[in-house]
Design a protein around this ligand. Structure first.
Ligand SMILES: Cc1cc2nc3c(=O)[nH]c(=O)nc-3n(C[C@H](O)[C@H](O)[C@@H](O)COP(=O)(O)OP(=O)(O)OC[C@H]3O[C@@H](n4cnc5c(N)ncnc54)[C@H](O)[C@@H]3O)c2cc1C
Length: 299
């Protein structure tokens, strides 16, 4: 099928895009942002969406790129997954190697070349890798609208299945990952490789000098309407020795809190244990190294 007819604009700046979206909203017209088109175009082709106006961000280069510095890792909304996957930025690879790893898990190469980090976050699929990592790592999203710029935490941004905090006329400009979590790890299960995972788990552990878990983050995606960090499960890990026993207890707690049962619950528990084990293995390698050199502290 082909899309229903729509008007099309290709603004040269983020401000122009916001203006076009806001004007359409005021006129009572349904306007949609187009980034890489990997989620939007199939919906248009199936006529699941029939917008009056498409605002194509493809000509706004200012929204593309990766920057690392004292405020963490900043990724422009229009940055393709493949750019993150192939990035040689030492700051990114030292602080958050899980970001390029997760980018490599999104779809197949053509999807990763066209699809964008911001498109994935704005699409808010419950299983999406970027949404899971944004929640796990406490990412902050910068939104630009007619009233100016505002910054929203990932937890508040992702409201549910394909529901976000974006208001009419707003676009997502940038996502910032403020923390260095070099041991973070993500594992997932998809029915078919290269599809959005049914279930995914991500963990970020830091070990104390005596090998116990000093800091723990654990998040699950798939069983719920949106990815979720599970502080009650994280609390069980603090002070524990990393190992299958402590991971099984934390994973079981996490799954109970999500309410996932049956095969989904079993899968979520297995993936949570695997994410914790992978993160612990990475943390064990990093622990003997000097923390300041690796920037383990929040930046
Ligand atoms: C074969 C295939 C496999 C896939 N596999 C995966 C996978 O494994 N994991 C995964 O997470 N996704 C997967 N996807 C989905 C898709 O790749 C992602 O959701 C992502 O790449 C979409 O980004 P995009 O730039 O293409 O967004 P678009 O399709 O252009 O837009 C998606 C939505 O976000 C909105 N939007 C986009 N950018 C902005 C912005 N800057 N500000 C405000 N709103 C915006 C659009 O209006 C639209 O509603 C797959 C898709 C395909 C076709």
């Amino acid at each position: 099928m082909k899309p229903a007819p729509f008007d099309y604009v290709r603004p040269a700046s983020a401000a122009e895009a916001v203006w076009a979206l806001a004007a359409a909203h005021e006129a009572g017209r349904d306007a949609r942002v187009l980034a890489g088109g990997q989620s939007l175009v199939p919906l248009l082709n199936r006529r699941a969406l029939r917008p009056d106006l498409i605002v194509d961000l493809g000509k706004v280069p200012a929204l593309t790129g990766i920057q690392t510095g004292p405020r963490g890792v900043r990724i422009g909304a229009l940055t393709p997954h493949a750019t993150v996957e192939r990035s040689t930025d030492p700051g990114l690879n030292r602080r958050l190697p899980v970001l390029p790893e997760a980018a490599a898990l999104v779809g197949q190469l053509p999807v990763r070349v066209r699809g964008t980090v911001g498109g994935s976050l704005a699409h808010a699929d419950p299983g999406a890798e970027w949404c899971l990592l944004a929640v796990l790592l406490g990412a902050e999203l910068t939104l630009l609208g007619p009233g100016g710029t505002r910054v929203v935490g990932a937890d508040a941004f992702l409201r549910g299945r394909h529901r976000t905090a974006l208001r009419p006329g707003e676009i997502l400009v940038e996502v910032r990952f403020p923390r260095a979590e070099p041991a973070a790890a993500l594992v997932e299960y998809a029915v078919q490789p290269g599809r959005i995972p049914e279930v995914a788990a991500a963990a970020a552990l830091v070990l104390d000098a005596d090998g116990r878990i000093g800091s723990a983050r654990l998040a699950l995606a798939g069983p719920l309407e949106r990815p979720m960090r599970i502080p009650a499960a994280e609390a069980l890990l603090i002070g524990a020795r990393p190992g299958q026993e402590s991971f099984a207890v934390a994973a079981a707690k996490a799954v109970r809190i999500t309410g996932a049962t049956g095969d989904l619950g079993t899968l979520a528990a297995v993936l949570a244990r695997r994410a914790l084990a992978e993160s612990a293995a990475r943390a064990a390698v990093l622990a003997p190294l000097r923390r300041d050199r690796l920037e383990l502290v929040p930046v």
